[in-house]
Design a protein around this ligand. Structure first.
Ligand SMILES: [Zn+2]
Length: 625
């Protein structure tokens, strides 16, 4: 995932990259709440609505004040890594977690107070559900949870695999899974990574689940999975049903891309490695987790046909773009819609290129340090197509952050956690040939023809559509574990079953209950909820389609550009400015006119490809059951 929403990653659940696990050294002592602000009230009695209002006001003040100094420490750490800045970041991280645990438990006390206003109830819910791993109040439990969570994350960070016996880091193995085409080497990398990283985590993960569930029950949830699902303005059951409906809308697309990719792999590797029917071998798809398949475009695309019409990297080089100009161009997309220009401090304080003399975190992210308009990006920008798209994505976060900056502290967030990523991706989808012509990078006579167009769509589909079942199953699996439906003695079997059921893939070698392959995916040991990425994939097309409709676009959806359209900007801003203040269906309605998430726009976007895929797949036995 390209970025984090780093606003106050420590204080609330917005952290997408760093772990949100409890780091508190001793949350137990912090967990018993101080007396309510209204001293005349009886602390042990039934809390009143007025006390709840006072608590929320106090919590928002405390969080707002803390988040600014904490963000500064995190920023300095991320842009200048030294033992000192590590210590500063950890110091504030610990304070933030302790604050969060204390406020969540306090919020839980007020949830049944009679006569709560809608706003107070909403803010209490936000506070109560803000932890991803709730620490229980039983003595020693929080410290143990913290130890396990930290240990799992560092085990992941230290994880190694091998190729031809040579030791590889996670980053190296990830890169090689995208480029190596030798099945024996792929199998070695896949197996060594899953065996070395996932398997040893198994007992600790089971213990983490036990403790977090106890914490979730203390906050009034049946289990941790239900707590994660309660962040969507509906019951946990309704939310699970919603994701099921969305998945069914896109499943026909997935089945076609699966069928097409399998045929390409069979052609390349032969029946012994990849049979023409049944599931796909997980290590052949160009990704360590088989979650996005764009890396095997060259393997599965029809040979020597439909090459892309232009190379965006070459266009940028031809026009002598610099990293700063890449960012300025992306910012220009938003100002063309009518958004105010970024403040001068953005250009003074952002990190736009990789410094030559110090260690930094290059992973791109977007920040709002003061929660008002101290916006920044942190990117080791290179002048190429990938970073051009990433720049548009990151600035989507920044403009969202500024649009909601008048909201109270607890509403300084996207409508639900899928929205923030989706906005950035919507803008990234808008980097179409039409847009490139409008900003003078592409000449009118270089527009792709139909076949070249399909090449672009196929490349997109291999990433975006292939991701959907994976985006869904990572949390379905964890929901099952948290609810007790999946018991520790079936951790591996249940994972393999879901990978087969949803993705139609199988491990390259036999697995047993000594394995724990789920642990070899970062977000599992780091306990970062994953459904947001599934939602963002669907939502970005819904937003994109809404913008194109408002702009009156005629023509295939994937070619639309709404660059320069003020009405799109006005309507988009209505949704963004709401932040998290209203249930997400209202925010969605403000921009798209609909209160329902729908995958139909995604299906429409890929429709020109779908017909072609069905033609290619004619005569093949698609599916894998
Ligand atoms: Zn992002």
């Amino acid at each position: 995932m390209k970025s984090s929403v780093s606003l106050f990653a420590i204080a609330l659940s917005a952290c997408l990259v760093a772990g949100c696990a409890t780091r508190s050294g001793d949350a137990v002592a912090e967990a018993s709440p101080p007396p309510p602000a209204d001293a005349s009230a009886e602390p042990a009695g039934e809390p009143t609505a007025a006390e709840a209002d006072a608590f929320i006001a106090r919590a928002e003040r405390e969080l707002a004040e803390f988040s600014v100094i904490s963000s500064r420490a995190q920023w300095v750490n991320a842009t200048y890594i030294t033992p000192d800045t590590d210590a500063l970041a950890a110091h504030f991280g610990t304070i933030g977690t302790e604050m969060q645990v204390r406020l969540a438990n306090e919020a839980a006390r007020f949830q049944n107070a009679p006569g709560l206003s809608a706003d107070t109830r909403r803010k209490l819910d936000i506070l109560r559900a803000s932890l991803t791993l709730p620490a229980p109040t039983t003595p020693g439990a929080a410290a143990e949870l913290n130890r396990i969570a930290t240990d799992l994350q560092s085990q992941y960070g230290r994880g190694r695999g091998t190729m031809n016996g040579e030791t590889l880091t996670g980053n190296e193995i990830e890169a090689r899974m995208g480029t190596v085409r030798n099945p024996a080497q792929l199998q070695e990398m896949w197996t060594s990574w899953n065996d070395n990283v996932g398997a040893p985590m198994r007992p600790q993960y089971a213990r983490l689940v036990e403790i977090a569930n106890e914490g979730a029950r203390g906050l009034g949830y049946p289990d941790t999975g239900a707590m994660w699902r309660s962040n969507y303005d509906m019951s946990p059951e309704e939310f699970a049903a919603l994701t099921e409906r969305l998945w069914n809308e896109v499943k026909p697309l997935y089945e076609q891309i699966h069928c097409f990719a399998r045929a390409g792999l069979n052609r390349r590797y032969g029946d012994a490695v990849q049979p023409a029917t049944g599931p796909i071998r997980a290590d052949l798809l160009g990704n360590l987790w088989a979650q996005e398949w764009g890396n095997i475009y060259d393997v599965v695309a029809p040979p020597s046909r439909g090459r892309p019409a232009y190379d965006l990297t070459q266009l940028l080089e031809r026009e002598h773009y610099t990293p700063e100009r890449v960012i300025r161009t992306a910012a220009g997309f938003f100002t063309s819609l009518g958004f105010a220009p970024l403040p001068q401090t953005f250009w003074e304080r952002s990190m736009i290129t990789q410094p030559r003399d110090r260690e930094v975190v290059c992973h791109a992210s977007a920040w709002d340090v003061d929660n008002v308009e101290d916006l920044r990006v942190k990117m080791c920008t290179r002048v190429n197509a990938d970073d051009f798209v990433t720049a548009h994505h990151e600035l989507g976060h920044n403009f969202y952050q500024r649009a909601y900056n008048r909201q109270p502290f607890l509403y300084l967030n996207s409508a639900n956690d899928g929205f923030h990523e989706a906005i950035g991706d919507t803008i990234a989808l808008s980097v179409t040939p039409e847009y490139l012509v409008q900003i003078g990078l592409l000449r009118q006579n270089q527009m792709p023809n139909e076949e070249q167009d399909r090449a672009l769509l196929l490349r997109q589909a291999l990433d975006k559509i292939a991701f959907l079942p994976f985006g869904l199953l990572v949390d379905r699996y964890r929901w099952g574990i948290f609810s007790g439906q999946i018991t520790p003695d079936r951790y591996q079997a249940a994972w393999d079953e879901m990978r087969l059921q949803y993705q139609g893939i199988v491990p390259p070698v036999a697995r047993t209950e000594r394995n724990f392959d789920a642990g070899a995916k970062y977000h599992v040991p780091a306990s970062v909820p994953y459904t947001r990425y599934f939602l963002a994939r669907i939502l970005q097309f819904q937003f994109y389609k809404a913008a194109c409709d408002i702009a009156g676009w005629r023509g295939p959806l994937h070619r639309c550009s709404f660059y320069g359209n003020r009405e799109v900007g006005r309507r988009l801003n209505e949704m963004l400015a709401m932040g998290a203040s209203r249930p997400w269906p209202e925010a969605l309605e403000a921009f798209t006119g609909s209160r329902e998430m729908s995958a139909e726009p995604m299906v429409e976007y890929f429709r020109p490809l779908l017909g072609w895929l069905q033609e290619q797949n004619r005569g093949r036995r698609c599916g894998w059951s």
